[in-house]
Ligand binder design. Sequence first.
Ligand SMILES: Nc1ncnc2c1ncn2[C@@H]1O[C@H](COP(=O)(O)OP(=O)(O)OP(=O)(O)O)[C@@H](O)[C@H]1O
Length: 318
Amino acid sequence: MMEQERTTKRRRLAWDVAPSEAEAQRALVVGHEGATAAAAKHVSPPRRDDDREGHYVFNLGENLTPRYKILSKMGEGTFGRVLECWDRQTQERVAIKVVRSIRKYRDAAMIEIDVLQHLAKNDKGGSSHCVQIRNWFDYRNHICIVFEKLGPSLFDFLKRNKYCPFPVDLVREFGRQLLESVAYMHDLRLIHTDLKPENILLVSSEFIKLPGYKRSSSGEMPFRCLPKSSAIKLIDFGSTAFDNQNHSSIVSTRHYRAPEVILGLGWSYPCDMWSVGCILVELCTGEALFQTHENLEHLAMMERALGPLPEHMIRRAR
Ligand SMILES: Nc1ncnc2c1ncn2[C@@H]1O[C@H](COP(=O)(O)OP(=O)(O)OP(=O)(O)O)[C@@H](O)[C@H]1O
């Protein structure tokens, strides 16, 4: 079967564990952040049906619980939609992932919350380069995860810049932070499994415009953009696996998938390192390193880039 284009989100895979009873109970507590008297006047809109895919239906300017006012839609994934909201309590903009009201996505969201809380608990200096969870609640059968608001993804940035590569010094800075965040996760025995430019967000949306830059394929550009700050953070811990759990057989988005995953040899921490390598090349060239949707072609491209696959891997392959 043909795989989807990279701009469409990959389909989620089976989850290794169901949420605990305690988590399921917690998930039933609606709006547990507690409406204050001041917020009480900011009422929620009348209840409406979800759309056919289980997404929460909203209008901009409405409240999502009395505490959060919806400002804009920031993104959409398999799990749900990410809304930019105003937090009346902390007086700041936040990003809220409103998960589809479908059992498997709700269950998966509870696992993502578990991972996010585990990451936060161990991040004493706040230097993990992993997005921070601020809150979570269950609203009208939608798990809502409140995050610090970040800027565009590296993929969004590349795309808006007509796939003009980032300067190598900047890629080195991204690479250093990316490796630090992966090391932080691996030390906690967590494997991200879905590292890709879409899941790496610039902390700030600010950028500067530089004069035109010659690109071989698409010719002269009038200007190109550069992020003002190189600070990045990882998002999307919905596929993160604990090292000691059973692993599902296929992980990662196609272009960033390691050979041992494709060959069905089992995978562990190194699958994240493979993805990091593919990402760094892409940031330097502006194009995905392994632009394919098919296993054999993918393996052939790897061999062309890196030489023959090791004998021991071929022998064990299915
Ligand atoms: N903290 C944040 N700040 C700003 N934008 C965000 C934030 N979190 C997510 N987004 C935006 O929302 C999009 C979807 O988020 P995310 O990848 O977590 O959802 P998902 O449903 O798990 O996606 P996928 O289908 O890739 O698994 C991101 O690509 C990004 O554009």
